[in-house]
Design a protein around this ligand. Structure first.
Ligand SMILES: NC(=O)c1ccc[n+]([C@@H]2O[C@H](COP(=O)([O-])OP(=O)(O)OC[C@H]3O[C@@H](n4cnc5c(N)ncnc54)[C@H](O)[C@@H]3O)[C@@H](O)[C@H]2O)c1
Length: 382
């Protein structure tokens, strides 16, 4: 297949591009380095420097022989979008290109505006580009499990069959976000669903949980092919942050009681989920939704596991409960379905002590680069 990876410089985009080419697909990556710019502006640089996209593409070619095309530009610019779609003629679009951080979206009005404008405009442009240039191509979009929030009933996979006054109808599962970022993901889903009903295009919307890890098969030979790895409060995901905190000798920052439950997954599983979704597309006129995680953990469980494995590596890991800067339930029911991707063939990589040990040992190599000031700043929701 010819696959456009939008946001191909990102934590998930770059490993996705490598894996898709390793599986025989033709891939082009598209990015405007927004993520790099935001990290620089907020002084929360990733743990190690990563080469730019052109350099990564050369490196990957020298290691694997596979070619990746590069387009650098802003997907909010319709002229650029048109140029990319006309030049590449994709069969599938992997849409990662958004401002991806809930804490960033809650920083201030400027960050909120950027998040809202960027995320919705890019999604709208992708939809229009598909309609205009490749109406058979499938959009695979990354949403978030945070779209559902934490309702006091089971969470279904995207849809809910409702019986009301003796009649039945299938609706999008009710959504209630807990940050502006998550709200933009809900709006993305609504945009997709509206245009699928109207234009009969097709999409898979992947409700993903927080991702951890950085190793994928494609970077085994060459560490400079690793994705960038943020450990700060704004862009880092919880397990990645705890691993760096453990190495830095910084008490693990558990927010509030630490009983918040989320569905997590290894970055290797993200790549397999998106590949399976691209290779087995939704039907024309269908919005297919999968819940993309493999295991649920409380924040306390994650902290305790990092502490145990860290202490086996002589790190003397401490856990600290901080006043929760977010507005979220700290005790709640959580039972989301997640069978769709398993039925497509996903074979999960579960969180084992070996996985944690491998992550901690890699981070230890970059210990000197950890900026303690970036770890926790207390971005408040309220
Ligand atoms: N990482 C996670 O744990 C996680 C969990 C759930 C959902 N997601 C979603 O997955 C997607 C990818 O996440 P990630 O962690 O790789 O984030 P990321 O920031 O590393 O990747 C997104 C990439 O898109 C690019 N981008 C953003 N706006 C753009 C624009 N207007 N034009 C061109 N490029 C643009 C950024 O520069 C960045 O390289 C995001 O949509 C995010 O919301 C991520």
């Amino acid at each position: 297949m010819r696959i456009l990876v939008l946001g191909g410089d990102g934590y998930l985009g770059w490993p996705t591009a490598m894996q898709l080419t390793a599986r025989g697909h033709q891939v082009a990556v598209v990015d405007n380095y927004l993520r790099r710019r935001m990290c620089r502006e907020e002084n929360v640089e990733p743990l190690f420097e990563v080469p730019n996209l052109h350099e990564r593409v050369e490196l990957w070619k020298s290691v694997s022989g596979h070619q990746v095309d590069v387009f650098i530009g802003d997907l909010m610019d319709w002229g650029f979008v048109e140029e990319v779609f006309r030049a590449f003629e994709p069969d599938g679009i992997m849409h990662y290109a958004e401002q991806p951080a809930a804490p960033y979206s809650m920083l201030n009005r400027r960050a909120a505006t950027l998040t809202l404008e960027n995320n919705l405009m890019v999604t709208l442009h992708v939809i229009f580009a598909v309609k205009e240039f490749c109406p058979q191509a499938q959009i695979v979009k990354i949403g978030t499990m945070g779209e559902y929030g934490t309702p006091n009933v089971d969470i279904e996979e995207g849809w809910l069959e409702v019986e009301h006054k003796g009649r039945r109808h299938k609706f999008l599962y009710p959504r209630q976000a807990s940050s502006l970022y998550h709200t933009t993901k809900i709006m993305d889903t609504d945009l997709l669903w509206f245009y699928i009903r109207t234009w009969k295009i097709r999409a898979t919307d992947l409700m993903q949980g927080p991702v951890y890890g950085l190793f994928t098969d494609e970077c085994a030979e060459e560490e400079r092919l690793l994705p960038f790895f943020n450990y700060d409060e704004i862009f880092g995901t919880v397990l990645n942050r705890f691993v760096v905190q453990a190495v830095a000798g910084y008490p693990l920052t558990v927010y509030g009681k630490g009983n918040q439950i989320r569905g997590h997954l290894n970055i290797k599983d993200t790549l397999n989920c998106v590949r399976l979704s691209l290779e087995n597309p939704a039907k024309q006129g269908e919005l297919r939704i999968f819940n993309q995680f493999t295991e649920t953990f409380t924040v306390n469980e994650l902290a305790e596991r990092v502490q145990r494995v860290g202490n086996e590596l002589d790190l003397n890991v401490k856990i600290q409960h901080l006043e929760n800067p977010r507005v979220e339930a700290e005790e709640h029911y959580y039972n989301p379905a997640h069978t769709g991707l398993l039925e497509l063939g996903l074979e999960p990589h579960f969180l084992s002590d070996d996985v944690l040990r491998e992550m901690i040992e890699l981070v230890m190599k970059y210990r000197d680069r950890i900026n303690h000031d970036a770890i926790f700043r207390g971005v408040k929701w309220g």
